[in-house]
Design a protein around this ligand. Structure first.
Ligand SMILES: C[S@@+](CC[C@H](N)C(=O)[O-])C[C@H]1O[C@@H](n2cnc3c(N)ncnc32)[C@H](O)[C@@H]1O
Ligand SMILES: [Zn+2]
Length: 405
């Protein structure tokens, strides 16, 4: 297959991680500056998602180390196959990778890329609808260790079949690029798809992660499956959630308890979590008395796991990705965030509201720590601060940070 293969569209060979792949030559598909080249090409390919694929390789390798056996992986929306090919080439003890796409051109290209890397003994390319494919692997002993759902837009249409195609102690990764619904620009679409109300706050990307994680947990619970989110991140135009799943009705009951709401005051930026704000009749902001708004139901449980991130960081030292430096920074940030409270303040937003000059994040972090509060930066926003301090205290410390500066 590799020899004499030609695409019927402009293409080029790229190197990513340890593999080579033929992909569309994106420049050829841009006719005006507003064109989004990856979607214009006959087979989808986005070089910006290399970081997403790198992080996936590290996360799946970390999972393989935890289960310590040979593993199988499914990538049901594969496009050029570059992601699945990388999993087979770069993760140790991968015995089988099944990739698939609904597009015939994508399947042809993916098959070529499998051959190009000499991986035909371990990577199978199918031409199937993702849900059909995953359903074929839903029976005991057919299931995968890992399913990676990396679609256009929302992963929700594939979550049920993806979860059913996972064995006990399996691992799910899901990308969502539909940030307009998830971040509250199209709130109705979010309620419809994810089953939770978003809110346009400064920490809407964290809410987006929690809405997706909550949706994964709800879908899993229907099958008596529990979920533990070990990593999530918001990068560029997408969010990504990684979760370990586990069979058992009792554990699934416990998972459901992680669902709840986040209440937000748009006047003073106070926020709090609540299991059931409607029953508890929490309406007024305890700090300033204004009426609060809410997001949810969504995932109030952990969205990062320190040990898992440490394991990934170790794996990151063994590879030489173009993005290794970025990944080191991301993992260092989320490791600290793992133990910090939900939601973060954005310094610039508060400074703007108070009509004050903007202090440095490090000055605000120091002020908070000096007062005995938890204070961490966040990967979600370089101007963000995660703290257990009340909103009015954050405002007061921010004032002090600029008055001394
Ligand atoms: C965002 S792209 C995947 C990118 C790929 N995972 C990567 O890392 O390069 C989404 C792919 O899903 C495919 N697709 C869309 N609907 C599908 C369906 N119902 N079943 C299978 N594939 C589908 C599209 O043809 C497209 O190739
Ligand atoms: Zn308030």
């Amino acid at each position: 297959m590799a020899e004499g293969f030609k695409t019927d569209f402009p293409s080029e060979t790229v190197k990513e991680g340890k593999v080579k792949a033929v992909v569309p030559k994106l420049d050829a598909f841009v006719s005006q500056p507003s064109d989004y080249a990856p979607s214009k090409a006959p087979v989808f390919y986005n070089p910006v998602m290399e970081l997403n694929r790198d992080i996936s390789v590290l996360a799946f390798q970390a999972h393989q180390r935890i289960v310590n056996r040979e593993i199988s992986i499914c990538e049901p929306l594969t496009s050029s196959g570059i992601r699945g090919v990388r999993f087979a080439a770069e993760i140790s003890r991968v015995k089988k990778v099944v990739v698939s796409d609904i597009s015939e051109r994508a399947v042809k290209l993916a098959k070529h890329n499998v051959h190009l890397n000499g991986l035909q003994d371990r990577v199978t390319v199918k031409h199937k609808d993702a849900n059909c494919l995953l359903s074929c692997y839903g029976a005991p002993r057919k299931r995968f260790d890992i399913v990676d759902v990396d679609p256009f837009g929302s992963p929700v249409p594939y979550l049920d079949s993806a979860i059913r195609a996972l064995r006990n102690n399996g691992f799910l990764a899901a990308t969502a690029t539909d940030l307009a619904p998830l971040c509250g620009v199209h709130a109705k679409a979010c309620v419809r798809k994810y089953g939770g109300k978003p809110l346009r706050t400064e920490y809407c990307h964290e809410l987006a992660v929690r809405l997706l994680a909550g949706c994964v947990a709800t879908v899993a619970a229907k099958h008596d499956i529990s979920v533990r989110v070990v990593l999530s991140h918001s990068t560029d135009h997408y969010i990504r959630v990684y979760a370990r799943i586990s069979y058992g009705a009792k554990k699934a009951d416990d998972t459901v308890k992680n669902q709840g709401y986040i209440l937000h005051c748009f006047n003073c930026f106070h926020r709090e979590t609540a299991k059931n704000p409607f029953a508890e009749r929490v309406e007024k902001c305890p700090e300033c008395g204004s009426k609060m708004n809410w997001a949810g139901p969504l995932w109030l449980g952990k969205i990062f796991d320190t040990q898992f991130c440490e394991l990934m960081a170790q794996e990151n030292t063994r590879v030489a990705f173009r993005n290794s430096g970025k990944i080191t920074k991301l993992l260092a940030l989320v490791k600290d965030e793992a133990e910090a409270p939900a939601t973060y303040y954005v310094i610039d937003k508060i400074s703007d509201k108070l009509a004050l000059p903007v202090p440095s994040v490090s000055a605000v972090l120091q002020k908070l720590r000096d007062k005995g509060f938890q204070a961490f930066p966040t990967h979600f926003n370089s101007r963000g601060v995660r703290t257990d301090a009340p909103a009015l205290t954050v405002q007061e410390l921010l004032r002090k940070a600029v008055s001394i500066a």
